[in-house]
Design a protein around this ligand. Structure first.
Ligand code: UD1
Ligand code: UDP
Length: 372
């Protein structure tokens, strides 16, 4: 059986590859895990290995970003180390997830090694989990990363039919593309006994608004960030709901740098563990976010969501009525919150049945099952 190399670096990649890694352990599929170190705080990385029953990474490259305008430096440093490790481990297939700099570094490195096949014999296939997402906004680093990963990949595991159609329309060959559902649903169901304990009858149910915000375009731009926070404050006051805010470290650093204080009107806290965060999402009256994964989770948990961005690569959430893309105009954010707070929570889950990992591993074993 060929060896898989899972390459990841951030919180959402660890969470969303976890079901595939757990299943690989169960099925005794040989694999190696490589953490780029992009996320390094315990609350953004280490804690999830314990919580999600994952083996600790075989390698941790400890490669941190230096500044948002030095993305080439970040990606390049990862590639140099990844190449050394992949040439040592020689996996049959590299699996990357999503749209971060770690995704791009893993995808490019594996593809570059394969271009030497004629004279080295090294041939590493590339598989992209959560392929086919597009915001159609190339000013976002994530859009560049996901387009590159999709077009370099030998196998594209897309969460929905919509994402399949996107990559097909861009000329990706149909035989490379597999609709699997989103892997976060697998983990949501796997951890249900832990998070659902806090649900029915909870005194907090519907008693607060949950906020997450961390995207470069929102929090690195002071004017934009302050405008969004003003709108959020008004929403809390208008609806007499407290705002709970487990803040990403990037956001906390920017708040300190810009001298922004939210004390007195917002409950700012450390990033949560996965099950703790899911329980917070599931109990919320409304979720305000610029996260990709949180838009999806809100949709599956039947919690209304307002997205604090100009675009989404998760249009399925809008199509079913679970999400409004409010942009950053404070008036529109406040209006969107009012609409979503009164929306009936009866939409359908577009992200699958929680068996994405089985489908992904099934394809990998069928395609690369023989020893190289
Ligand atoms: C990255 C991804 C983004 C994803 C997010 C998930 C890129 C370009 N961006 O953004 O798509 O939505 O992860 O959370 O890959 N920091 C810490 N501790 C950590 C991690 C980050 O303090 O564990 C701080 C550091 O100051 C760092 C900054 O956050 O410089 C930004 O981190 P970085 O990994 O560059 O980007 P994210 O904002 O986390
Ligand atoms: N998440 C978490 N704790 C938190 C906030 C988020 O475990 O305090 C999880 C959330 O459930 C989701 C993922 O992190 O699975 C989303 O990651 P993030 O918002 O950092 O990145 P994005 O999805 O925007 O790339």
């Amino acid at each position: 059986m060929m060896k898989i190399a899972f390459i990841f670096g951030t919180r959402p990649e660890i969470i969303k590859l976890s079901s595939v890694i757990r299943l690989s352990v169960r099925e005794k599929i040989p694999f190696v895990t490589i953490h780029t170190g992009q996320h390094y705080s315990t609350v953004m990385s280490r804690r999830f290995f314990r919580e999600l029953d994952l083996p600790m990474p075989d390698y941790n490259l400890n490669i941190r970003s230096k500044a948002p305008w030095r993305q080439g430096d970040h990606t390049g440093r990862m590639m140099m180390r990844l190449e050394q490790i992949l040439l040592k481990e020689l996996p049959g297939v590299v699996v990357v997830h999503g749209d971060t700099n770690s995704t791009l570094a893993g995808a490019l490195t594996a593809s570059k090694i394969s271009t030497t096949k004629a004279f080295t014999g090294f041939d590493i296939k590339l598989a992209h989990v959560e392929a086919g997402l597009r915001s159609y906004d190339r000013s976002m680093p994530e859009e560049i990363n996901r387009i590159m990963a999709d077009h370099l990949s030998d196998l594209l595991f897309v969460p929905t039919v919509k994402s399949r159609d996107i990559v097909l329309s861009e000329g990706v060959k149909r035989k490379k593309v597999f609709v699997t559902g989103n892997t976060f649903v697998d983990t949501l169901y796997f951890k249900r006994p832990e998070w659902s304990g806090n649900l029915p009858g909870s005194p907090d149910k519907g008693g607060y608004i949950l906020l997450t915000i961390h995207r470069q375009e929102n929090v690195d731009d002071k004017k934009r960030f302050v405008g969004i926070l003003k709108a959020i404050k008004k929403i809390g006051v208008d609806h007499k709901l407290p705002i709970i805010f487990p803040a990403h470290p990037r956001t906390v650093k920017k708040m300190e740098e810009f001298g922004i204080s939210v004390s007195g009107w917002m409950e700012l806290m450390e990033p949560c563990a996965f099950t703790e965060f899911i329980a917070l999402e599931a109990n919320a009256a409304l979720i305000l976010t610029d996260s990709g994964g949180v838009q999806e989770e809100a949709c599956v948990l039947l919690v209304p969501c307002v997205t604090l961005r100009d675009s989404t690569e998760r249009p399925e959430t809008v199509d079913v009525g679970a999400n409004i893309i409010a942009g950053i105009d404070p008036v529109n954010i406040v209006k969107s919150a009012r609409v979503m707070l009164s929306r009936k929570r009866d939409w359908k889950n577009p992200f699958g049945d929680g068996r994405a990992a089985e489908r992904i591993l099934d394809v990998l074993v069928r395609q690369f099952g023989r020893k190289k």
